[in-house]
Design a protein around this ligand. Structure first.
Ligand SMILES: NC(=O)c1ccc[n+]([C@@H]2O[C@H](COP(=O)([O-])OP(=O)(O)OC[C@H]3O[C@@H](n4cnc5c(N)ncnc54)[C@H](OP(=O)(O)O)[C@@H]3O)[C@@H](O)[C@H]2O)c1
Length: 259
């Protein structure tokens, strides 16, 4: 067997369908690109059409099968509509990645109900609803991969975790509940845990060179994360070779969490 054939058996996503929320920017965009380049027919979901189209154009130019659906995951109806539209493109997904997320950052004591509701809706409720929509079908078909993008703040509080940290802690628990429900049917459910990653999400923080350097110094690798750092980890968790990895939190953080 050639090395290429061996690696294909382990990691190829040929013939699989992936849905990536937040797939038009940052970490989600890198993950969508990785899954598509590994062979999955990939649908990216977010709100802004120009970013979605640019993502899909780039993948199509690379010979990938990719499409986009514009949808707002901050309401239940929005999630339902986006899920149905996404499933229409290439059929029911085998791989679901929840990367769409918001971080509004007010500290505890100043978290208004509007911030709480918006944070929970996008960061926790949308992944829950999408799991309920697609998880049972994956289990019935005997193969599925659910991957949530959480945060250091799911595990410990720092830099004003507020409602965001609560939503990400819930997302870690959601992955475990889903893993318990569906792992015996070939559906693994895991999380990717970023450190500080240079993406549009924290553009405001990136203006503060001192904070950026201090965060890099807290890692073991000695730099902050890049969206591309998630490509290999996402392909691994989505692949056939990760069938015995479930209910797990994979820290892609340069060692930040253990330093
Ligand atoms: N960057 C970091 O340092 C870091 C650290 C820890 C965890 N994370 C997590 O990683 C994930 C990705 O973050 P990122 O840094 O890649 O952020 P990003 O570049 O801001 O991307 C966020 C994505 O989510 C989409 N989105 C946001 N609200 C949405 C809504 N209501 N409906 C549909 N789509 C929505 C955005 O598209 P539209 O705005 O067009 O809708 C965009 O595609 C998030 O869950 C975040 O919490 C990031």
């Amino acid at each position: 067997m050639t090395a290429h054939a061996y690696l294909s058996n382990l990691f190829s996503l040929d013939g699989r369908v992936a849905l990536v929320t937040g797939g038009s920017s940052g970490i989600g965009r890198a993950i969508a690109g990785a899954l598509a380049r590994a062979g999955a027919s990939t649908v990216v979901v977010a709100r802004r059409e120009a970013e979605l189209a640019a993502t899909v154009d780039e993948l199509a130019a690379d010979g990938c099968r990719a499409a986009w659906v514009s949808g707002d995951l901050s309401t239940r109806d929005g999630v339902r509509a986006a899920a149905e539209a996404a499933a229409e493109v290439y059929g029911e997904p085998d791989i679901l990645v929840n990367s769409a997320g918001i971080n509004l950052r007010p500290p505890m004591g100043r978290v208004g109900e509007d911030v709480w509701d918006a944070t929970m809706a996008v960061n926790l409720e949308a992944p829950f609803l999408l799991g309920e929509r697609f998880g049972p079908g994956m289990a019935e078909r005997g193969y599925g991969r659910i991957i949530h993008v959480t945060s250091q703040q799911a595990h410990r509080a720092f830099v004003q975790s507020g409602a965001y940290g609560v939503s990400k802690g819930g997302l870690e628990s959601l992955a475990r509940s889903q893993a318990e429900a569906w792992s015996a049917h070939g559906v693994t459910c895991n999380t990717l845990v970023p450190g500080f990653v240079l993406t549009p999400l924290n553009a405001r923080l990136q203006d503060d060179a001192e904070t950026v350097a201090a965060l890099a110094a807290r890692t073991m690798v000695g730099r902050n994360g890049l969206a591309e750092d998630f490509a290999g980890a996402a392909v691994f968790l989505a692949s056939p070779s990760a069938g015995y990895v479930t209910g797990h939190s994979l820290f892609v953080d340069g060692g930040l969490s253990v330093h």
